[in-house]
Design a protein around this ligand. Sequence first.
Ligand code: GLU
Length: 385
Amino acid sequence: MTVMAAKTEVLTLPEPLLKARRLTVKIGSALVVNAETGEADIDWMRGMAQDVAALMREGKQVMIVSSGAGALGRRYLGLTGSRLRLDQKQAAAAVGQPRLMQAWEGVFNELGLKTAQVLLTREDTEKRRRWLNARATIETLFDLGCVPIVNENDTVVTEEIRYGDNDRLAARAAQLVQSEALILLSDIDGLYTADPRKNPEARHIPLVEKLDADIEAMAGGANTSAGVGTGGMATKIAAARIAGSAGCSTTIAYGAMLRPLSALGSGAKFTLIRAQSSVTAAYKAWIAGTVVPAGEVVLDDGAVAALKSGKSLLPSGIVEVHGSFDKGDSISILGVNGCEHARGIVAYGADEIRLIKGRPSKEIEGLLGYTAGDVIIHRDNMAFI
Ligand code: GLU
């Protein structure tokens, strides 16, 4: 019955989450792991799946960043000591991650939805080729109607190269897929002017237009155990900063009740930290700001005019290729007079473009033996200078 009811339900989020086409929801271990049993909290997860399904029915795409691998694995292995070695923690994550996914998969399958496990390391969001690859995979998962469930690849990352906390991982993942909204589910319903558990005068802050020093100070600055709310508020602000720089707003909301996203839709308090620009503007500024473009392509006048009218760059308009660059690099787009018109991220490497320049896109596969699509630089990956 519940499942049937959930199938028609819709969830109307408050502005500006309502406008977001793609949402990233970060869920901490305390929400998915039942503190008493140490098992996955299926009731809570089922509610979350129902909320996500309702959002998907409204045409939104939702990515979940879920912690819980370590906690589930530790309990399962009986690794109860408070000071586990790194290898023990990693072993626990190796055991807990499939258990976590099994739980997510179960609750989404009840609603006819498929889930996908995406394990990221910091390098996946920092090295351009890996970044592009991870992004393309998650895009495809969205196209296939799957719910990507992201976690850090705890089993293989070492202390120096880990995100360490899923707030920042979620912000990077949100940036990776150009999410417009990041929702951090927490044990408190947002930011307060002081710690509401200690200070009755503490006021809730519903909206942060700009993350400034005052807000950083309220969240405890670099000291994660000081300041408002939970020990984790400082990492939430750090996450909001990362997300904001990519045009993604951050919402901090209370998560420890059933169906916290529905609660947002029916008036629960939250703090919204606005991004300073849109996702597209932030991404284009990032492309335009490439310090040293990896190479150049020279276009004929017709191709320059086509780009300016909003078209993508096709091989047919390219007359010359300069430099050696790889797929995924940012390059300059020049006119025949040498003037730089735009920059963009290429879908093919320099040597490949040398083989296909001046030719119609339908010949790409024959000339290269494979195709990465018809365009050399998609208009979404291009910024005019
Ligand atoms: N990736 C860790 C886990 O799944 C959690 C890290 C965090 O919660 O910030 O156990």
